[in-house]
Design a protein around this ligand. Structure first.
Ligand code: HMG
Ligand code: MG
Length: 311
């Protein structure tokens, strides 16, 4: 027989509440082979909301040729139900993307930079500095217009082309994003190579440079099965916002070694067991991912989803 919910054993030194920043509709679906109809994406997001998600990165206004899976961003965004308390940040790479997002009524954006030159080139067709300059050009008017902005840094813990990444180089990019005015920075482990000591070293280093962990989020792809251990390490040093993807969908089309993000269900199982509030109803979320897996024609990668959908 399969346990349906974990037993609760709180652990000292952890936050009482964690904000789960749901990326399944964007990071997840951007990398799926199957083209998901817009109405199915809208229903996916609606089901995530019904399961208790309140921050859902809905789509991305990148060039449709670069990410055809999200070419329907405008149509999808307009289908989303708006309610106070519900947040739908959207990914924006440059001013063109910002204008598109603004025209749809987006009030929260996520810009993205890289800690390595190779990934800046492959993902954004520019340099690290070029990407940061484009970001500054977006964030300045966004703040003036009253929008909320998140900045991602990709390849914080390793790069498939360049190998090891210096935490100091990551910190420099983080600082520039904060100076540009980003409210929150998400530390991206794009290819999933981080381990807990590495995570702690980076967050501690940022702390010595005056970066409050309350301004940081963590974004782990789960390629090497390290994501939950890394998140626990991050929670122990003050992080309270964690990115995850329902069902464990996803990857990154411009980083071949990236698999999906940590599954939201696997995260919620751990947080529920620690007695940490997320507002998410685990069985409802599992049902959503099972439903989405049927649409994608393959089982959800999430271990919790698999365990909880067995009889
Ligand atoms: P580019 O080819 O250098 O663009 O691509 P450009 O500025 O030279 O413009 C070329 C044409 O594209 C122009 O049209 C522009 O108007 C148009 P033309 O004048 O030739 O007719 N264009 C656009 N059209 C629609 N929307 C736009 C846009 N921008 C330009 N936003 C670009 C540069 C940034 C556009 C391209 O590199 C791009 O779209 N890259 C996005 C790649 C991507 O989405 N990657 C996945 C997301 S990042 C990720 O997953 C990592 C993350 O999860 C964190 C982690 O895990 O580490 C966030
Ligand atoms: Mg990602």
């Amino acid at each position: 027989m399969t346990a349906r919910l974990p037993q609760v054993f709180p652990h000292a030194g952890l936050p009482a509440h964690v904000t789960v920043y749901e990326v399944g509709a964007r990071d997840g679906l951007q990398n799926e082979q199957a083209t998901v109809p817009t109405e199915v994406k809208a229903e996916f997001i609606e089901r995530l909301v019904d399961a208790g998600s309140t921050v859902i990165e809905a789509t991305s206004f990148v060039h449709p040729k670069w990410v055809p899976q999200l070419a329907d961003a405008e149509v999808l965004f307009k289908l989303l139900e708006r309610r106070p308390g519900l947040r739908y940040p959207v990914l924006v790479p440059n001013l063109r993307g910002y204008d598109r997002a603004l025209a749809c009524g987006a009030s929260e954006i996520a810009v993205f930079a890289s800690a390595t030159e190779t990934f800046a080139q492959r993902n954004l067709n520019t340099t690290i500095d070029g990407a940061l300059t484009d970001i500054e050009a977006v964030v300045t008017p966004a703040l003036q217009a009253g929008l909320w902005a998140r900045g991602y840094v990709s390849m914080c813990f390793g790069d498939p082309w360049e190998g090891p990444v210096d935490p100091g180089a990551v910190a420099t990019v983080v600082e520039r994003l904060l100076t540009a005015g980003c409210h929150e920075i998400s530390l991206g482990d794009t290819i999933g190579t981080a381990t807990p000591g590495h995570v702690r070293t980076l967050i501690d280093l940022l702390g010595t440079r005056g970066v409050d962990p309350a301004r940081l989020a963590v974004h782990f792809h789960d390629t090497y099965g390290q994501a939950l251990a890394n998140i626990l390490a991050a929670l122990q040093v003050g992080i309270t916002t964690v990115d995850a993807s329902a069902g464990g969908l996803g990857g990154c089309p411009y980083a071949e070694s990236a698999t999906g993000n940590l599954a939201t269900e696997d995260l919620v199982w751990m947080l529920d067991g620690l007695g940490i509030d997320t507002g998410i109803d685990l069985p409802a979320l599992v049902e959503t991912s099972r439903w989405m897996a049927d649409h994608l024609g393959r089982p959800a990668p999430s271990r919790a989803v698999r365990a909880l959908t067995k009889d």
